[in-house]
Structure formats: C-alpha cells, structure tokens
Design a protein around this ligand. Structure first.
Ligand code: DGJ
Length: 345
C-alpha cells in the first residue's frame, strides 16, 4: 500500500518535472547512482539525495544560510512523522559537507504556546545582530489546527548560532498576513523582512527594528503579482529578488525583479532560469540566494524539490547565479563545484 502510494505520488510529481531530473530521481529510487552517502563530497549534485556527514539525508527545507566564525550554518524545516517538527541546523566549512548540529528551535510542550506541538514552521531564516550580539530567527508560523489561516511571522533568539533558540512571539507585521518569507541584511546593517501577504497576492518588505526582533512601520508593498518563496540578494548597488508563483507544492515558473531601492519600484526582468525544465524551476521552488564567502560576485541559487507526501525527503537544488548587466541567469548542471566561479570572475 505504502509503496503503491509512493509510486503514485512519484508519478504525479515527475509529470511536472524537468525531464533529466525526473530520470535521475527514478534512477536513484531504483538504487542507481546517488550522491556520496559517506566520505567527503567535492561537488554539488542538484536534485540528488544529499547526506550529512553521518550518512543521514539532510532534513532542512525552505532553508536559509548564515556565515559565522568561518562556517556556514544551514537552517531549515525539520519534517517528519508528525509533520512540521521544528528547525534543524547543519554546519559546513566548504558548502559540500554538512554536519548535523541539532534541533535549533523545538516546538513546545506547552499547549498555550503559539509554537505548541502540531504548529507549522516554514522557511526559517537566521541573521546576526551586531549590536545585541544575538542570533535572530524568523520563520513563517501557522498555528496548530488552523491550516494556513493564521499567516504569522514567528521570532526566536539565541546567543549561539546553533541554538537552542528561544521563541519570543508571533504576529502579523503591521497587521498584515505573513506567509512565505525571507530576511535580508543590507550593507549598512539594516535588516528587512520580505513576505507574502494578503492571501499571497502582495509581496511586502518591512524594515526590522534595530534589535531585529520586530517589524517597524516602514513596511510597503513591493508588487501585487501573487508571488511567494522570495529570495533577495544585492549585487553592485542593485537588489535582485527571485520569487515563485503560487501553486502549493507543485513547481512553477520563477521570476526575477531588480530594483535600486529595496522599497521599490521593482522592475520585472523575467525568468532567470534557462534551458530545459526552466518553466518549472527544474522541479523546484526558490528559497534563498547564498553569497559565497571570499569570492567576488559569487551567489548560489537554492531551491526545494518538494515531495508533499514525504516532505522530509524533499530534495535540494543548488545552482550558481550568472550575473548579467541587466539581470541574472541560472542554468541546470548535473554536477558542479565552486571552481565554476573562479573560472568566471
Ligand atoms: C508554497 C510555499 O512556498 C511553501 O513554503 C508551502 O507553504 C506550500 N506552499 C504549502 O502548500
């Protein structure tokens, strides 16, 4: 029964997926070539199972990454038997090999808490506040038993990057619904919350308070185009924003907007993904754009290939962003490494 269900689900998913990727996933299911399970990994293999240094599948979806003390920390949704199970964190010095550091934010045993067991935590992001010395996590929170109706932002804080994070509160920024989200820290130290609002019709940005724990009223609509999964980065005094459409867990076409001011106006450039499978983001959905430390103009596009009936095993797409004068391009590669940037910059 289970295997019939899983095969049916796989068919459904593969039908909307990038063809080479679909073939690859079938191949992996049949016991074919997969990424390294143990031992050192030396490259990225988008769409293939990605194991941590203990040989377990990395379980950190809708992720965001922070660089701290010469290491990257990957935060993402822990998914399991009970659905959403908090926020996991992994660390890496080279971006290929990730060590499981534990559950950074747990759900609460307290039935009165906004994050009581059974709530839904999505798209966690962590930033560091230099003036308070605290790591601050924001995430999309849905209250237990209410589907996606609550549409709140949750905030948690820790003195250590790996946590454990202490939940502070949850709210609708300035009264606005808040679902898919991201955080961005600008060169001047100001931080921003980018979020899907008004039943995902609007994408908004709010400047955070100086301690990063709340939204200020400097909060505006970026555009009303029914977009979600925002991933914002800055290059050469311009802001780049990749988003997805709103089709639940199913992949759709990505788009890129560019602006010289984070509050807009934002100009639609079009789909940054190129080639076969681009129309459906190679089967994935954006989650973050990662600046590579120590390399100039090097950014990696991060996306999730969701498997809704087994979210824990949803896979990851990491691909380099090729910067252009008036935009950016992303192309599929079965395997690649950071040398890709050195060859271009
Ligand atoms: C699309 C969002 O981007 C995901 O984070 C998740 O909320 C799904 N919708 C749920 O259908």
């Amino acid at each position: 029964m289970k295997s019939f269900f899983f095969s049916a689900l796989t068919c459904l998913l593969l039908s909307g997926m990038h063809a080479p990727l679909a073939a690859q996933i079938k191949n992996n299911e049949a016991g074919g070539a997969a990424s390294v399970k143990q031992g050192k990994q030396k490259q990225f293999s988008p769409g293939k199972p990605w194991y941590d240094t203990e040989g377990n599948l990395i379980n950190a979806h809708g992720n965001g990454i922070i660089y701290s003390g010469k290491k990257y920390y990957w935060f993402g949704e822990k998914r399991g038997k009970h659905g959403s199970e908090g926020v996991n964190v992994y660390s890496s010095a080279d971006l290929y090999n990730w060590k499981f550091e534990g559950l950074a934010l747990a759900q609460s045993e307290d039935t009165e808490s906004d994050i009581t067991n059974g709530c839904l935590m999505e798209r966690p992001k962590v930033i560091y506040n230099k003036s308070t010395g605290k790591y601050v996590m924001w995430f999309h929170l849905e209250l237990k038993g209410k589907g996606y109706a609550a549409a709140r932002a949750g905030v948690a804080v820790s003195d250590r990057v790996t946590g454990p994070y202490k939940f502070i509160n949850s709210f609708r920024p300035n009264g606005n619904m808040s679902r898919d989200m991201n955080l961005f820290v600008d060169d001047d130290g100001a931080a921003y919350h980018i979020y899907s609002s008004d039943e995902n019709m609007d994408l908004r940005v709010a400047r955070l308070s100086d301690d990063f724990l709340s939204s200020t009223t400097k909060d505006t609509i970026l555009f009303r185009r029914q977009r979600e999964a925002p991933a914002l980065f800055r290059y050469n005094n311009k802001y780049y924003l990749i988003t997805s459409g709103c089709t639940g867990w199913a992949p759709n076409r990505a788009s890129l907007h560019v602006s010289s001011n984070i509050f807009g106006p934002w100009e639609l450039v079009g789909d940054p993904l190129k080639g076969e499978g681009a129309a459906k983001t190679y089967g994935g959905q954006s989650t973050y754009v990662l600046p590579v430390q120590g390399k100039k103009n090097a950014f990696i596009f991060l996306a999730d290939i969701w498997t809704p009936d087994n979210l824990k095993e949803s896979r990851y797409i990491w691909l380099p962003v090729q910067l252009k004068d008036e935009g950016a391009e992303i192309s599929w590669m079965d395997n690649w490494d950071l040398g890709w940037f050195s060859a271009r910059n």
